[in-house]
Design a binder for this molecule. Sequence first.
Ligand SMILES: Cc1cc2nc3c(=O)[nH]c(=O)nc-3n(C[C@H](O)[C@H](O)[C@H](O)COP(=O)(O)OP(=O)(O)OC[C@H]3O[C@@H](n4cnc5c(N)ncnc54)[C@H](O)[C@@H]3O)c2cc1C
Length: 404
Amino acid sequence: MSAAPVIVVGAGPVGLCLALELARQDITVTLIESMSDDNFLDQVPRAGSNHPTTLEFFDRIGLYEKMEPRGLIAPKFHYWDRQDNALIAEFDHALLKNDTKFPYVLQCERIKIIEEALKMAKAHPLVTVRMSTTFESFEQTTDAVLAKIENAEGKPETIRGSYLVSAEGARSVARKDLGLEFEGFTYPERTINIEVAYDFRKHGYTERNYISDPVEYSNLFHWKGPPDRWRIHFPTNIDDDENELKRPEALQKRLRQFLGIDHEFEICGCNLYTVHQRVAAKFRVGRVVLAGDAAHVNSPIGGMGLNSGVHDAFNLADKLARILRREADETELDRYERQRRHVAVKHTQAQTVRNKRLLEERDPAVRRRNHDELRRAADNPESARKFLLRTALFESLREAEQIQ
Ligand SMILES: Cc1cc2nc3c(=O)[nH]c(=O)nc-3n(C[C@H](O)[C@H](O)[C@H](O)COP(=O)(O)OP(=O)(O)OC[C@H]3O[C@@H](n4cnc5c(N)ncnc54)[C@H](O)[C@@H]3O)c2cc1C
């Protein structure tokens, strides 16, 4: 086994899962995170829906049992038509009871996942966690990677590793240093996310809802509780002023219009985000590998970013561990790229682009056809199970396994 640790940059969900899985397989890891212990939990709200496949991976490293008490079990999800205020289709993960130990989505925020995973990483004897440490650049030779960092004292330092994994998120320094194109596009409009203390189940909604509307589509999620919080996302217009969008009266009006009721909502927060659909041209160059948002970013409709990033982490951990145990050679890393890039392009990108199109479709005939397809898929247990195998990412995992 190599004496030099694997350097993992970024203690997001992907970097932490990778570090914990490598350590579980007896590989030493140095995990670098630019945030400090003081501000680590002050991050904008992002991912929240964890699919059954991802729960199986969390379970493998002992993370699931920490998350379940902090999350909400959401077996069902809905498609709604806002124009008719009608439920189009309900899908129930209970149909996957023979496919998985976890026939549900766990609504558990990214911040809770990384809080628990960071505690586990710090407690693991094979993981050295370096907080307040920023990765700046690297050099690689045939048998090592030298990472240049600014350490917690603000001093430049070089650390040596056997491999370096950039789990730095969308702004990956390593990806830019490698000159890799981040192929794809960015939607011109931003999305507004409103967090509200209101029980939408009173109106027939379930824990996760995708709501189609040619004028203002949305996504509605039971986010956390107790205390109960829901999140609702709406697209905004390109020229909308941020302050105007976030004005309390404007938020109240949006919610009132959405539900068609006169009510004063308890709004707990809101933020605006931009959606990118991009995949790095390569996931591996020599001893440097990209995973998670560093390698691919996508619209959150369908909850696939964190989930597919965590799938990258476990796929890569197995391959790195086998290479470092001398059971496989480095071509395994090319296989990682073939498998996970295929998933990013053919599944995550394709599916998230389709999800948005489905919700915002304006042509009445196409809307009708789309809704009929959803109804047909939900009506029959076998077609519904097939649909769920795709949305819960079993299909992409199984397909990737077939790629040599
Ligand atoms: C509104 C919204 C909702 C979402 N909902 C979902 C959802 O329901 N389900 C889902 O699957 N996905 C969702 N996503 C996407 C999801 O949040 C991301 O895909 C996921 O967080 C990516 O994880 P990551 O570990 O790759 O990167 P990140 O979570 O971005 O973590 C990167 C880490 O690296 C650190 N870092 C960065 N640069 C450096 C450096 N140079 N040196 C040291 N450290 C560094 C950062 O501080 C950070 O801690 C959502 C995204 C948004 C915006």
